[in-house]
Design a binder for this molecule. Structure first.
Ligand code: ADP
Length: 536
């Protein structure tokens, strides 16, 4: 090997931080509050992040220590995003929607020493305060009753007490910068520890025009929580290019989001399908004309949603795929070049193609790679510089295969690299030895006017082992008519896919990260709690 002549300059978050505050000092962080928008410049936020780093150091936080955050998306949370990794500590973003036992588990497992808490949700953390074995200090900001947390420190007082500035240490790019736990639908949550290098490269990856194309001209509305897979990487990516960052805090329902968008005029956003569906159905009058695009993922994006946004708002919804383990963005559904306009939608509704740097393959049950023919179905495996190689202090060898992460998603791949996820491995319906995609059935059902949401789960069947049960949330004023829904599906999916069992439900149960919680539906069915109609 010939030694290169290039500088061995570390890919550190502190360098993204410094770049943003210096080069884009006037860019803005806008936090939505009861009283309207509160704005600070990158220069101001940077100075406050220095003071936070200084305050944490004074409390004894040293490189490698875990600092938790328990907060909505707001300026304070961003200050922690910038300060904690830059000082060499590890930012642990806590999912405020975890069940109490899981919340205590992840804090104790990560051994958080300090937690920075949004006072408005302090009681949620208060529920587990007694169970936290490693937390030495709790710092609170904002307003709210913090009494359930016992003794706390005040964020603003800590910042005011310090001298301006902070002398950041140089950090090994392979050191952990941040961590996130998966939502753990089965068993305990598992932690992913992102490195500086992985976060840096992911930021560049998602900023590229082949992904989201962020620049200083953008204003990014961060709807995805900063406690869920780093708000899909938008805080660091946006900061590094000087895009304004709009923080909606807890105002995440259709009404307030429409107001925020009309008032702050974001150019780009990202959200899970449920949030976008909410806006489409409940605020079709909203003016979303400032948006040049919205990236959507976290679960399959229904065609009806993509078309609905095109037609109602003139806004392009771009499907993306990823997971906590993949930083998270791994694939994006851009229409391949030279596609006829009439065929574009066929690509937009698929899962996506890998971002540069990321490699994806599909493997069969025997672990062998399957052909890229758009037909063969297997587990999606992935590798690359921002894909996790293990879980934090957890053995899960079965999740890895020769240096690739096994995603637990089942799908196929086209010759051009486009993947199509048909299901999560655990949600695939195995009927008479063949697979039925619950996702396909759901998407097709959701394109029917009477259906607001549909969740399809496999339930035991004497003859075929498992058959689909369609759980339907009706659109306002619609009647529950399984016969009609079945005939609607009849010319859109294979005949043997058609569900025989149908149940109306008030709403689809959701996990802590807003995904359909099919485990709950399967249990309700087993307990006889669903009002099931059979049609054949
Ligand atoms: P969890 O903690 O539940 O793993 P993640 O946000 O990491 O939460 O979830 C990742 C999973 O979400 C993926 O493995 C996949 O099943 C699903 N997912 C994400 N994006 C898409 C998409 N575009 N289409 C289908 N499924 C998706």
């Amino acid at each position: 090997m010939i030694e290169s002549t290039m500088q061995d300059f570390p890919l550190g978050i502190q360098h993204l931080f410094t770049h943003g505050r210096r080069i884009h000092a006037d860019s803005e962080v806008i936090t939505w509050t009861d009283a309207g928008a509160v704005t600070a410049t990158f220069a101001e936020v940077g100075d406050r992040a220095d003071q936070l780093a200084a305050a944490l150091a004074k409390l004894g936080v040293t490189p490698g220590d875990r600092v938790g955050t328990f907060a909505w998306n707001n300026q304070h949370h961003l200050e922690a995003y910038l300060a904690v990794p830059s000082m060499g500590a590890v930012l642990h973003t806590l999912n405020i929607r975890l069940f109490p036992e899981q919340l205590a588990y992840v804090i104790n497992h990560a051994e958080d020493r300090v937690i920075i808490v949004d006072a408005s949700i302090a009681p949620l953390l208060g529920k587990v305060r007694q169970d936290l074995t490693t937390v030495e200090h709790i710092i609170t900001f904002g307003t709210g009753d913090t009494s359930a947390l016992g003794e706390t420190l005040d964020y603003e007082e800590l910042l005011a007490a310090g001298e301006p500035g902070f002398d950041y240490p140089e950090i090994d790019e392979r050191a952990a910068a941040a961590m996130c736990y998966t939502s753990g639908t089965t068993g305990n949550p598992k932690g992913v520890a992102y490195s500086h290098r992985s976060t840096y490269l992911h930021s560049f990856g998602i900023t590229s025009a082949q992904a989201m194309g962020f620049s200083q001209d953008d204003r990014l509305l961060l709807i995805v929580p900063m406690f869920h897979a780093n708000a899909w990487g938008m805080p660091y990516a946006g900061w590094s290019v000087g895009a304004d960052l709009i923080m909606p805090q807890q105002y995440l329902q259709a009404g307030p989001l429409a107001d925020i968008i009309e008032h702050t005029r974001p150019t780009y956003s990202g959200a899970v399908p449920t949030v976008l569906n909410d806006i489409l159905h409940n605020r079709p009058d909203a003016d979303l004309s400032s948006l040049r695009g919205v990236v959507c993922g976290g679960s399959a994006v229904p065609r009806s949603l993509i078309e609905g946004f095109d037609e109602t708002f003139g806004v392009t919804v771009v499907q993306a795929w990823g997971m906590t383990e993949t930083s998270p963005l791994a694939a994006i559904a851009r229409v391949p070049k030279n596609t006829d306009e009439a065929d574009a939608m066929g690509w937009r509704v698929r899962t996506g193609r890998p971002l540069p740097g990321v490699e994806i393959r599909i493997c069969g049950d025997d672990g062998e790679e399957l052909p890229r023919d758009g037909e063969a179905q297997g587990e999606i495996e992935i590798r690359g510089p921002w894909i996790t190689a293990s879980y934090y202090n957890d053995t899960a060898d079965e999740k890895f295969h020769d240096g690739w992460l096994r995603t637990g998603d089942v799908g196929s791949m086209e010759p051009n690299g486009f993947i199509q996820i048909s299901d999560r491995a655990k949600d695939v319906i195995k009927s008479g030895g063949e697979w039925i995609s619950s996702v396909d059935l759901e998407n097709t059902l959701m394109s029917h006017d009477a259906v607001l949401e549909a969740a399809v789960v496999g339930v035991p069947d004497d003859r075929y082992d498992e058959r689909p049960l369609a759980c339907i949330v009706l659109a306002e004023g619609a009647e529950f008519d399984p016969g009609q829904l079945r005939s609607y599906l009849a010319d859109k999916v294979a005949k043997w896919w058609l569900p025989e069992r149908w149940a109306p439900i008030e709403e689809v149960p959701k996990t802590s990260v807003g995904k359909f919680d099919k485990k709950v539906l399967r249990q309700r069915y087993a307990d006889g709690d669903l009002d099931v109609t059979e049609t054949r």
